[in-house]
Design a protein around this ligand. Structure first.
Ligand code: AMP
Length: 115
């Protein structure tokens, strides 16, 4: 757990969240400011501040995160109509919380390219 990390505090239960999925490696919860009818954040329990800090030791973890997210998208009912995964990195990428998180956005037709 990293000090002063919002998402580490959510994992620890120190800050409330609406759980969608939880296991020994991952936690998923609803975004507090949803950008779509379905907006779930999938995070590893391991603190990795930004995706560019992940290394070869994290390869399995990152792959598993995508596979868990697939199951969550199915459970949320967005897999078939379609949805989007987003992971922002650093300021120009729009990252505001420095604990990697995969956004699952769905429930409406999404425009492209993003702003
Ligand atoms: P990003 O801008 O990619 O770093 O995404 C961070 C996301 O975390 C944003 O979509 C926020 O709305 C969301 N967020 C911030 N604080 C909370 C919180 N306490 N509970 C749930 N989602 C949050």
């Amino acid at each position: 757990m990293a000090e002063d990390c919002l998402f580490c505090k959510i994992i620890a239960g120190e800050i409330p969240s609406t759980e969608v999925y939880s296991d020994e490696k991952f936690y998923a919860f609803r975004d507090i400011n949803p950008g779509a009818p379905t907006h779930v954040l999938v995070i590893p329990r391991k603190h990795i501040a930004r995706i560019t800090e992940a290394d070869a030791n994290d390869a399995t973890l990152l792959g598993e995160m995508m596979l868990r997210a697939n199951r969550i998208a199915e459970a949320e009912g967005v897999a078939e109509p379609g949805f989007r995964y987003v992971m922002n990195c650093n300021s120009d990428g729009g990252q505001s919380v420095y604990h990697i998180h995969l956004h699952i956005l769905g429930g409406r037709a999404l425009s492209w390219p993003p702003g």
